[in-house]
Write a protein that binds this ligand. Structure first.
Ligand SMILES: Cc1cc2nc3c(=O)[nH]c(=O)nc-3n(C[C@H](O)[C@H](O)[C@H](O)COP(=O)(O)O)c2cc1C
Length: 130
């Protein structure tokens, strides 16, 4: 799990794919956190990405660095606990300009039954269950 977190952190940016009806939507994301051994991301409930996840929590993210790439797929589950939102905003204090753990917009979600795969052109893929 730490390997997954570190890989994504080192990439800095990942791309999160959701489904908008039957159309895929992809956008850059950066927030990533391990909490209670779950991989969390952060967004705002007012965003289309949040509405898409609420309708269909099946997502995939991908990122790339140094000839290796990662895919994480699974269902995202919303966590409404203030302490988890706080932990996320403490990790990314710049977000506090837009978000607060007690506002109605801040959303943190974690991968449930997720699978991470780290691949490269040379090595066998490493598969990690989340
Ligand atoms: C480098 C980078 C990192 C980003 N990280 C996040 C993030 O972690 N969470 C988020 O909600 N938006 C993040 N954004 C902004 C989203 O990409 C942007 O709001 C996007 O339009 C959301 O998707 P949507 O339009 O389908 O709702 C980031 C943007 C960039 C350029």
């Amino acid at each position: 799990m730490n390997e997954v977190l570190k890989f994504i952190e080192d990439c800095g940016v990942y791309f999160l794919a959701t489904m908008d009806g039957n159309k895929p939507r992809v956008r850059p994301f950066g927030t990533i956190m391990l909490y209670e051994n779950h991989l969390y991301i952060q967004t705002g409930k007012v965003k289309e990405v949040s509405k898409q996840i609420a309708k269909n929590p099946n997502v995939e993210l991908s990122a790339f660095k140094d000839g290796k790439w990662i895919r994480v797929s699974g269902n995202l589950k919303r966590d409404e606990r203030v302490e988890v939102k706080k932990a996320m905003l403490d990790k990314y204090p710049n977000l506090r300009g837009m978000y607060d753990e007690n506002d109605a917009n801040t959303e943190v979600l974690y991968f449930e039954d997720g699978v991470a795969t780290i691949s490269s052109f040379t090595d066998k893929p490493i598969v990690i269950k989340l």
